[in-house]
Ligand binder design. Structure first.
Ligand SMILES: [Zn+2]
Length: 148
């Protein structure tokens, strides 16, 4: 078609880079099919393609914002937990996102009595044979490349 901008050139099929801005986000689409003026370089995009671009842009921005808000929430949570751990008073600020409260009973000595067994010779030195297994055995038993 005759270029409606410079009124001298003819358009040829090619590809354009389209930049869309939306909600403080900038999206760059490369290789968008376009008619390009061979005189002034003006790019023309069909309505079908621009409708598709806007639809993809909307979806992309929504997904990015969703991801960002999830990550920011987690980050704020971590920062506030860090702040809590590192203040003397340990008092949350009005902006703190507090982790769920869990009850911790103090540990009691001997609470596993009768439920576990420890060999009388657990602290005896190992035999030469056992030591050889520790220091010179292959990591994987089927490893035949290891020289012993
Ligand atoms: Zn032109």
């Amino acid at each position: 078609m005759k270029c409606p901008i410079c009124k001298h050139g003819e358009t040829e099929n090619g590809y354009a880079t389209v930049v869309l801005e939306r909600n403080k986000s900038t999206l760059v689409f490369k290789y968008v099919p376009a008619a390009i003026c061979n005189n002034c370089g003006e790019e023309f995009i069909t309505e079908n393609i621009s409708v598709e671009l806007f639809s993809v842009a909307k979806q992309a921005v929504e997904e990015v914002y969703k991801l960002m808000s999830e990550n920011i929430y987690r980050l704020v949570q971590r920062i506030n937990m860090y702040k809590l751990d590192n203040t003397k008073a340990g008092k949350p600020t009005e902006n703190s996102v507090l982790p769920e409260k869990t009850e911790h009973k103090p540990r009691e000595a001997g609470s596993l009595k009768g439920q576990i067994w420890i060999s009388d010779d657990f602290d005896e030195p190992m035999s030469e044979e056992e030591l050889a297994l520790w220091y010179d055995a292959p990591i994987f038993p089927e490893d035949k490349t290891h020289s012993s």
